[in-house]
Design a protein around this ligand. Structure first.
Ligand code: SF4
Length: 476
């Protein structure tokens, strides 16, 4: 079954269960594997879900180790990392926004407190000794308790339950009905908050998918958010070496877990991880230095810094000059003064930022073009980050570094291009993080098998002879 699944994904890039069922019943290669028997799509689905999904990552790593031994071109010291957002198998208009949910949850809570206060007033005016708490958090058990209390009170007060038009409801029944409506809302929003799990949004039809901007907007450039997953691929020599599926909209937070996954798979970190500007951050650079990885990730604004300084851009903070000690020099030629140092412990690593101000701004003729701040221009510099950025520029400016960066765009982005364009794999078919991970891993494994097969064919002596014959013929 595993061989058959791998053959189908190798042949078609992505192969649905129905397609596989058809393939197994017609393709002679697969008929031989099954001794003429044809498993149904249900059997294939069960096998993939129960047997393959839990061990797919191990199989993927094992195959890559095998490819490493059989393909001398694979160099594990460099890993090209890139990410893409792929649309989930979820519907477009099924979004739930966490901020809106929190707002609605607060308003439902307020309504519940009002109902409790009204109930207390009714209980007091009708001589009932019970009182309900308005301060207790409305968790499901408390809501059930209140519902039971309402039912008990209705029984004791001999309330006649009426429905439909033309009937006047008893005040207690009215309160009970309002309470039931608010409780449903409260529970729904509480479940939404749980499902979001810190994300800004999710889809109702695939709660693991997050709404994010995709490159391709087939809704006619309406800028509509679509549910999707962020797929990170680590590529080397055309082989997909590592796969990391995340729910983040931004690549910057995926660098550490993606390289961490690579280390778990192969037992070591790559020496270099060339990546685009989406990955360059203080945290990622610090982590790389800690784990002995060369800094080869671009940072945002790197291309801008290489621009010629003109009259238009000379007031930008990146265009400010520096003294030998790294203190900024403003466009009017004044050395700025250190004001204070801010320390942030928000991330994995402590970050210190120096604030520099200028005492000449008040009388400066360039002020209108430089700053609108009352206290004059302030520049923030993290010297540690500046040092790391300089290291990145140095690594990239060497001949080898330049070659690696050119190779990055061919290898990492080329792999996505091959899967998306040549094999039409631009949308996920499974729902849920675990299932999506399995799907991407098996598609990646199919890609790697194709790659290894192509390499073996290229190095086949028969083919080499055929190539030479062709060359000789063309010369004639
Ligand atoms: S406004 Fe202040 S910081 Fe800007 S150029 Fe003038 S003196 Fe320098």
């Amino acid at each position: 079954m595993l061989k058959a699944a791998l053959i189908s994904f190798t042949l078609y890039g992505y192969c649905s269960l129905r397609q596989q069922e058809e393939l197994y019943s017609h393709d002679i290669r697969l008929l031989c594997l099954f001794n003429g028997e044809t498993p149904s799509y249900g059997t294939i689905s069960r096998f993939q879900k129960e047997c393959l999904t839990p061990c797919m990552e191990d199989l993927f790593t094992e195959f890559n180790r095998y490819a490493e031994q059989n393909d001398p071109q694979i160099d594990s010291s460099v890993l090209y990392l890139d990410g893409t957002k792929i649309e989930a198998n979820a519907n477009k208009m099924t979004f739930v926004w966490t901020k809106a949910t929190q707002k609605y949850l607060a308003s439902a809570w307020k309504s519940l407190i009002e109902i409790c206060e009204k109930l207390n007033a009714w209980l007091a005016s009708n001589g009932f000794p019970e009182r309900v708490s308005v301060l207790r958090k409305p968790d499901p058990s408390y809501l059930l308790e209140l519902d039971a209390l309402f039912a008990q009170l209705e029984e004791r007060a001999a309330v006649k339950i009426v429905t439909g038009k033309g009937h006047r409801k008893h005040p207690l029944q009215k309160l009970h009905d309002d309470f039931a409506q608010v409780s449903v809302r409260l529970l729904r929003y509480a479940v939404y908050e749980d499902l979001a799990d810190g994300r800004n949004s999710f889809s109702k039809t695939d709660p693991d998918a997050t709404f994010m901007h995709m490159k391709y907007d087939y809704y006619n450039h309406t800028n509509v958010f679509k549910p999707g997953y962020n797929i990170q691929l680590g590529v080397r020599s055309g082989y997909i070496r590592t796969v990391y599926v995340s729910q983040n909209c931004n690549d910057i937070h995926d660098f550490i877990p993606a390289i961490g996954t690579y280390c778990e798979q192969y037992g070591k970190y790559p020496k270099m991880v060339p990546a685009d500007a989406g990955y360059g951050s203080f945290e990622n650079y610090s982590w790389c230095e800690e784990h002995g990885i060369e800094l080869m990730m671009k940072y945002s604004g790197q291309n801008k810094e290489q621009q010629k300084i003109t009259d238009k851009n000379r007031f930008r903070s990146w265009a400010f000059g520096r003294t030998e000690e790294g203190v900024p020099v403003c466009p009017a030629g004044h050395i700025m003064e250190w004001k204070r140092t801010g320390v942030s412990n928000a991330g994995l690593y402590q970050r210190k930022t120096d604030y520099y101000g200028c005492s000449h701004c008040r009388e400066c003729p360039l002020r209108s073009r430089c700053t609108k701040a009352k206290g004059g221009r302030v520049i923030q510099i993290c010297h540690e980050l500046e040092r790391m950025k300089a290291k990145v520029r140095e690594n990239m400016s060497s001949d080898a570094g330049h070659e690696i960066m050119v190779s990055r765009s061919i290898q990492a982005e080329g792999t996505f291009g091959d899967l998306k364009e040549n094999y039409r794999y631009s949308r996920l078919r499974r729902r849920g993080l675990e299932n999506v991970k399995f799907e991407v891993l098996i598609v990646a494994m199919g890609h790697n098998i194709r790659k290894l097969n192509n390499r073996n064919r290229m190095s086949c002596p028969e083919l080499e002879r055929y190539g030479k014959l062709k060359e000789q013929k063309s010369e004639i």
